[in-house]
Design a protein around this ligand. Structure first.
Ligand code: SAM
Length: 246
């Protein structure tokens, strides 16, 4: 990862978000202790490359099996909705906010979802460990806007994340960014347009004013819509490696 994002003295990316809010109900606490360890895709404390094993994601036996990644899933409504609608697709969800992880675990159990794995920490501790060219769709939905100029560097959507995502994205993979914060939308668009491995796909205003088809709403999106705000939906494609300039 580049020098742009703030790091702690050990070189680990600095984390500024909330880890926890209200006390969890006993059932959700139990899910964190029992179900979460079964679903963890990797140990956040390790630097080892992630091995999906035979039953998850693309493998030697199933190289074209589709894998999607959601970064900052919040309470997981979008992730569980997508996983339910696409049982043939595998999903990795990253979210360091414990209450959000617990809410998703409750849905995974209740919906009996088998195609989700989790990483309960900062996604930047995972990206460089995922296999190259393994992910076909990435969602960054309503990320924390860090609106103050002096905090802009904390934004997750920036050049170094795009470079890390380009490595693990398959050729022509989709990267979907949504936000109701127009300052962040402009920032994300500029970062995507300046990046040599991603291209913005919009051809008409509706391509960014409206969500893509089969869209599963998110909690923050619903909140924005209730306030009368109009989110933007930016879709980028990973330029195939043979055409991408470096
Ligand atoms: C504003 S919330 C949006 C949640 C959800 N995507 C939605 O639209 O309802 C942003 C989420 O991103 C998570 N987040 C922030 N930085 C992250 C990072 N580096 N890695 C993974 N998740 C992150 C936060 O914990 C928070 O839950």
């Amino acid at each position: 990862m580049s020098a742009d994002m703030p790091k702690d003295p050990s070189g680990k990316p600095m984390w500024y978000g909330r880890r926890r809010s209200h006390k969890l109900r006993a059932g959700r606490q139990t899910l964190l202790e029992t179900l979460l360890p079964e679903l963890m895709i990797a140990d956040p404390a390790s630097h080892e490359p992630v091995d999906f094993g035979p039953d998850f994601g693309p493998s030697a036996d199933a190289p074209s099996r589709e894998l999607r990644l959601e970064i900052g899933f919040g309470a997981g409504e979008h992730l569980s909705g997508e996983a339910l609608a696409n049982p043939e697709v595998d999903f990795i969800g990253c979210e360091p906010f414990v209450n959000g992880v617990a809410a998703l675990l409750a849905d995974i159990e209740q919906m009996d979802l088998k195609n989700i794995r989790l990483f309960d920490d900062d996604v930047r501790l995972l990206l460089d460990r995922l296999p190259a060219a393994s992910v076909s769709r990435i969602y960054i939905l309503f990320p924390d806007p860090w609106p103050k100029y002096k905090h802009n560097r904390r934004r997750i959507f920036q050049a170094e994340t795009l470079t890390a995502l380009a490595r693990l994205a398959r050729d022509d993979a989709t990267l979907l960014f949504a936000s109701d914060h127009m300052g962040y939308v402009a920032w994300a668009l500029a970062a995507g347009l300046q990046h040599s491995e991603w291209r913005w796909t919009a051809e008409t205003p509706d391509d960014w004013r409206l969500p893509p088809k089969d869209w599963v709403p998110t909690r923050y999106e619903a909140k924005a819509l209730r306030k009368g705000d109009k989110p933007a939906y930016l879709t980028f494609k990973r330029i195939p490696r043979e055409f991408a300039s470096h």
